[in-house]
Design a protein around this ligand. Structure first.
Ligand code: SF4
Length: 180
């Protein structure tokens, strides 16, 4: 009997704190079990620069906050069959969207001009331009599954991913089962 082909999995980090990726790694030895069903083809955890074609499943951490995030998520969506918003920043905007009532200029002034910096100045090169509003991922592209939590627990991520890799839609309506 031939083995099932491994699913091509990617993880992407937009405007987030990396906590959701850390929680994914907290699945610990269960990563080996997941690895039997998937091949990690792109991630901040591996050294690959370009997002590949024909990805089966992509986990997205973080919200869409900059022009670079917008460009990246559109490319990711076009190349991914099943897109998962991982964590509250991706699902709702969460912490990054706290700047929405203030606008990007106030944030840039606070970070680069205030508080007696030695070398004040808002960078104009090599820093992606902020969008006027921070948006959750599904406001920009279609999302197939939402995994809430800040971060979602390792148990939640493991359950959701094993179900998706097995071709099923996970029921995440009761996250208290997973302690989150
Ligand atoms: Fe960090 Fe929480 Fe946002 Fe995940 S949801 S990127 S843990 S702030």
């Amino acid at each position: 009997m031939s083995e099932m082909p491994k699913k091509r999995l990617a993880t992407v980090w937009l405007d987030g704190c990396s906590g959701c990726h850390m929680s994914f790694l907290d699945t610990d030895e269960r990563l080996l079990e997941l690895a039997a069903a998937m091949e990690l083809v792109y991630s901040p955890l591996v050294d690959r620069k370009d997002f590949p074609e024909q990805v089966d499943v992509t986990l997205v951490e973080g919200s869409v906050s900059s022009e670079e995030d917008l460009y990246k998520i559109q490319k990711v969506r076009a190349r991914t069959a099943y897109l998962i918003s991982l964590g509250d920043c991706a699902v709702t905007g969460n912490v990054p969207s706290l700047r929405n009532p203030l606008g990007p200029d106030a944030v840039l002034r606070r970070a680069y001009l205030e508080d007696g910096l030695l070398n004040p100045g808002i960078p104009t090169r090599a820093v992606p331009r902020l969008l006027p509003l921070v948006r959750p991922v599904h406001h920009v592209v279609k999302v197939d599954l939402f995994i809430a939590g800040c971060p979602p627990s390792a148990d939640t991520i493991y359950f959701a991913l094993s179900e998706v890799l097995a071709g099923r839609t996970p029921n995440l309506s009761d996250l208290t089962r997973f302690g989150k």
